[in-house]
Ligand binder design. Structure first.
Ligand SMILES: [Zn+2]
Length: 462
């Protein structure tokens, strides 16, 4: 395909030009307008007035995931289809073993679940308890070069500081990045129990029992542990100002800490946790007061926050109200509502809204959504780049195209949208994954199984 006359935006900057994809699914050439000719049989796509950018990479998704008595509503088939339409051509999903389950067996299960993906996919591996160093080494050999540790959810996911230190050390030795869910799980558990004992069961208590200061504490602790082990760390779904302040302090003293935030923390606030729709807005960390979002936008513009991912983890409305325990009559209190929001399809458009609002530049948008996740997670330069030789994962972005973000107008398997009533201005008109058109004019035209597993490169061991 020859994409002609657009404005190319990637790590090399912005320039008007053409882009030619090759029969091998890679970018064959880019050049000034009019400099490239189609080969016989090539489609020529006129991108005048449009941006041509690398395919989006969502570095934080949960597809197919079982949670108690329920399951995330999107599987790899529906989730990656929605990703394609929204301009995301690669995802990195979290393998989440139960305690007692062999992490490598869980990895094999996820690889099987992910087979029908319509866009490319890679995996992170979560450790919910101490594992032998050999497991880390085997993960890295299989192309899983990041693993996740939870500092929250003591009942099923949290690991203690001793385990964090040994796994950070193993990560450093084997070239794996350690990603962390930072909240003080022990303190939160006590606050939740107190709330229930006092009869405070409403959804708003989800936010009140997980205050931002306990996210800041966990970020400080994670950074201190990274400092003593020399590990490279990545904080997932940073949601608050105290957490960002803790990141800044660590970055200033030279700790290798990268940060992700998600659109829900930029656009939604605690007000959503009251009223009949409140269960639809439960996610962890919880939504915060609006001023935290303002600080996160500044962090994105200044480069303190490196990526925007989604933590895509949708549930049907009915399942949210039934609760993770599957109790007849529904969830008894806020602690039983499965947490997580849909977002895989709307990420590129929501971050683009920040460009329209003058909060970030379009170069920032490409860096946050495409380039930085590729570099951070060992996918660069095959992904996240428009250079010749990179995969032809390409989005032709129409900055004027209007798209409703209501659930009925999107492809994610969900019956509610956190952005119901919002119309985005800016949406893909064409999306290529390794040279194949997977979405056109807002419609999915790809095929299940087109997506390939991508083995990621390790960090340079230190
Ligand atoms: Zn997550």
């Amino acid at each position: 395909m020859l994409v002609r006359g657009g404005v190319l935006v990637d790590a090399d900057g912005e320039r008007e030009g053409d882009l030619l994809t090759g029969p091998d699914g890679r970018i064959a050439a880019t050049g000034p307008p009019g400099s490239l000719q189609p080969r016989p049989g090539d489609e020529v796509h006129d991108a005048t007035g449009k941006l041509v950018v690398p395919g989006g990479i969502d570095a934080h998704t949960h597809l197919h995931l079982p949670v108690g008595a329920v399951r995330v509503s999107d599987d790899f088939t529906s989730g990656t289809r929605a990703a394609a339409v929204g301009g995301t051509t690669a995802i990195i999903d979290y393998v989440t073993p139960r305690r007692g389950e062999d992490p490598l067996a869980a990895l094999a299960t996820w690889r099987r679940w992910a087979e029908p993906s319509a866009v490319d996919w890679a995996l992170h591996l979560t450790f919910t308890e101490a594992v032998p160093e050999e497991v880390v080494a085997k993960g890295v050999e299989a192309g899983v070069t990041s693993f996740k540790l939870y500092m929250a959810y003591p009942d099923r996911l949290m690991v203690d500081d001793e385990t964090i230190v040994s796994l950070m050390t193993a990560g450093r030795r084997h070239g794996a990045l350690v990603t962390l869910h930072c909240e003080n799980g022990g303190a939160i558990e006590a606050l939740r129990r107190q709330a229930l004992a006092e009869g405070r069961t409403a959804i708003i208590e989800h936010a009140r029992t997980r205050p931002a200061v306990l996210e800041g504490e966990a970020v400080s602790r994670a950074a201190a542990l990274a400092e003593v082990t020399g590990a490279a760390i990545y904080i997932v779904h940073l949601s608050s100002a105290p957490a960002l302040a803790a990141v800044r302090t660590a970055q200033e003293r030279g700790v290798d800490v990268q940060v992700e935030t998600c659109p829900q923390y930029l656009y939604l606030d605690t007000g959503r946790l009251e009223g009949p729709d409140a269960p639809d807005f439960v996610c962890t960390p919880p939504l915060r007061d609006p001023w935290h979002g303002e600080e996160l936008w500044e962090g994105l513009a200044r480069g303190w926050v490196h990526t925007v991912a989604t933590d895509h983890c949708p549930f049907w409305r009915e399942d949210r109200r039934a609760g993770v325990a599957g109790r007849p009559g529904g969830a008894a209190d806020f602690t039983e509502v499965p947490g997580g929001l849909p977002g895989l399809q709307t990420r590129m458009a929501l971050v683009w809204e920040g460009v329209r609002a003058g909060r970030i530049t379009r170069a920032d948008w490409v860096r946050l959504c495409c380039e930085a996740p590729a570099r951070t997670f060992g996918l660069w330069p095959a992904k996240g780049s428009l250079s010749p030789g990179s995969d032809a994962d390409v989005v032709v972005w129409d900055p004027a195209r209007r798209q409703s973000l209501g659930a009925g107008d999107l492809d994610m398997a969900t019956d509610h949208s956190p952005y119901e009533g919002m119309v985005a201005t800016g949406w893909p008109e064409l999306v290529l994954c390794r040279g194949r058109v997977v979405a056109r004019e807002g419609r999915f035209v790809g095929e299940p199984g087109w997506g390939r597993y991508v083995a990621r490169q390790p960090l340079t061991p230190r």
